[in-house]
Design a protein. Structure first.
Length: 570
């Protein structure tokens, strides 16, 4: 089979026991055939016009991961040919996120704008060979003469300009002699091609706009379809992996490389984009969320951005693990949120210390516990890993428990505290509810209990059992904290909206619930930003970067189980 014919078909190897993805198999086949004696080279080519999201993580893990796996190289290349929307802020955020995921471009950091002079040279080559021409039609005229899927386009009246005239006009375009939009350089291919991308596509346009990397050095900018294959060739990329929306651009990618003296011959292979339920992974829509200020910024912990997930407390290993599990195919991929959340739980569970926090406090007074007495219980920081140590949790006469761990008239399956009922306060004592005090509106304001001093540590010497174990904090020792609980940004698993819509109306109103006066055990007060904990029975929480010891702020990364509906009742 000729090399190019096999590139984008399904290459699932039926004899292979372990499922491998088609790109890995393609690369293995190329290496087996000794097509790349120097090894393979890939690239991750973000446009610096926004922050990276979970979809980009898939591409990063694929490109950097496959290079690592096959002892190849991967470039981080900023695809910065559109000065309007690009900025140094985005460049540095992207670099930080790639490193955070654990990938290293070593000395292979590039900008497509580094190649502007070389690209200009390739354009001159095309002109000299009669493969490109300067066209004076307006953008609108170019659109209307392009034809449709069923009708051919028509040739530009400027298509037959001589190479000399084109060279002169192109160099004057570069020199800034012409107004924006007045002329473009177009490839001369075929206005009746069934592939619209081949109908004399624009290669260069005039734009008077300061560029974040090249300043005012250029006023003509190369288009993506011209820049991308040539940047790949300049870097010696062997496998140019991109998402399926570029499938029809592949013919133009190949055409460009075949019509200039490209230093290498990369090939493009497409895979499907990742989308994730209940959120959006499109920079345009994420930009709209930020600019309409319905989220606090690109790193809002509800955002599917890598910076948002970092702030929320998702560890990078969880994201890399997720990208491995979802696989690489050409089928549309809308992944359930629970898959990502499970990866987060699995990454955090073995390593993060446990602690007590009460989100919605209800006061409990232990009536037979002496007013001036205090004691400490030893609590394991991790149930299965003694190396995480232990801590001393203070206990006294007044405690806080969760409001929903008490019910005055409990239904059948409620095993927590209720009048006359005995439960275990984790690590401490068995207590029995003796009385309930109401406020003037009839709401439960305080619960009275007695404790059994014989049950220190939480077990009765007579062997009697209790059905419920609840967590608590000492009222005297606990400190207030702000806790933020998150739900998905949207209620619709496949949210559909445009950047012009009023996004405040579409957002899940419970996507961020802030609790101002949660109670945390003393050991949590000095936790550093970024530190993660499991608050027992409540989920995994991470200290927000804005946190101080005066007002600690915790973000819930994930709840303990994957039904986020449960959270609604909490
Ligand atoms: P968006 O559509 O969100 O604006 P983009 O494709 O314009 O994204 P780029 O900065 O051009 O963003 O993307 C860099 C690389 O990441 C590209 O190779 C692109 O194919 C890949 N990529 C972007 N979004 C996804 C996704 N959802 N799943 C997998 N790969 C993606
Ligand atoms: Mg893009």
């Amino acid at each position: 089979m000729p090399r190019s014919a096999s590139r984008n078909g399904s290459l699932m190897n039926e004899n292979h026991a372990a499922p491998s993805h088609f790109i890995r198999q393609l690369i293995q086949a190329d290496l087996d055939a000794n097509r790349h004696p120097q090894g393979i080279t890939t690239r991750f080519p973000p446009e610096p016009n926004g922050y990276l999201h979970i979809g980009h993580a898939k591409s990063i893990c694929l490109n950097f991961g496959i290079a690592r796996e096959f002892s190849g190289r991967c470039f981080l290349r900023f695809d910065d040919t559109n000065p309007d929307r690009e900025s140094p802020e985005f460049v540095s955020a992207i670099k930080q996120d790639v490193q955070w995921l654990g990938f290293d471009w070593e000395d292979r950091l590039r900008h497509a704008s580094d190649y502007f002079e070389q690209l200009y040279g390739f354009a001159v080559e095309l002109i000299k060979a009669g493969h490109a021409f300067v066209c004076d039609l307006s953008a609108e005229e170019i659109r209307t003469t392009r034809g449709t899927l069923t009708t051919p386009g028509s040739n530009s009246p400027f298509r037959d300009r001589s190479a000399e005239e084109n060279l002169d006009l192109f160099s004057r375009m570069r020199d800034g002699e012409f107004a924006e939009g007045s002329r473009v350089l177009r490839a001369k291919i075929d206005m009746s091609s069934p592939n619209i991308h081949l109908r004399d596509p624009a290669l260069y346009r005039i734009r008077y706009q300061t560029h974040h990397n090249t300043g005012d050095q250029w006023c003509i900018y190369p288009m993506y379809d011209f820049t991308h294959p040539l940047s790949d060739a300049i870097e010696g990329v062997t496998h140019s992996l991109c998402t399926l929306e570029f499938e029809d651009n592949r013919a133009l990618y190949d055409w460009v490389l075949e019509h200039v003296s490209a230093p290498a011959r990369p090939y493009q292979t497409e895979f499907s984009r990742l989308s994730l339920e209940y959120t959006v992974v499109s920079k345009r829509l994420l930009t709209a969320l930020v600019s309409q200020q319905v989220v606090s910024g690109w790193d809002d912990p509800r955002m599917p951005t890598l910076s948002g997930m970092r702030r929320r407390g998702f560890p990078p290993e969880a994201i890399v693990d997720f990208c491995g599990r979802i696989g690489v195919t050409r089928n549309q991929q809308n992944v359930e949120l629970s898959v990502l959340e499970n990866c987060v739980r699995e990454a955090l569970d073995p390593s993060v210390p446990r602690a007590f926090s009460v989100l919605r406090p209800l006061k409990v007074v232990i009536e037979n516990y002496p007013d001036d007495q205090e004691e400490h219980f030893v609590a394991q920081n991790h149930p299965n890993d003694a190396s995480l140590g232990e801590r001393h949790v203070p206990f006294c006469r007044e405690l806080f428990i969760e409001q929903d761990d008490f019910m005055e008239n409990p239904p059948g399956k409620f095993f927590r505290l209720a009048p006359g009922r005995e439960v275990r306060l984790r690590y401490a004592y068995l207590v029995t509810c003796t009385d309930v005090i109401h406020d003037e509106n009839g709401n439960v304001a305080e619960v009275r209990c007695t404790y059994d001093p014989e049950t220190r540590g939480g077990n009765a010497p007579d062997g009697r059992k209790v059905k419920g174990t609840i967590h608590w904090v000492s009222a005297k020792h606990a400190q207030d904290a702000t806790v933020r609980l998150y739900e998905p940004l949207f209620n619709d698993p496949e949210p559909k909206f445009s950047s012009e819509d009023n996004l405040a109306d579409i957002l899940n109103p419970n996507s961020c619930v802030t609790i101002e006066q949660a109670k945390i055990e003393p050991s949590l007060v000095s936790a550093k930003p970024g530190a993660c904990f499991q608050f027992e029975r409540l989920g995994y929480f991470c200290v927000d970067p804005t946190s101080t010891e005066v007002t600690p702020v915790f973000n819930r990364a994930v709840s303990l189980r994957d039904t986020w509906q449960r959270v609604k009742n909490q």
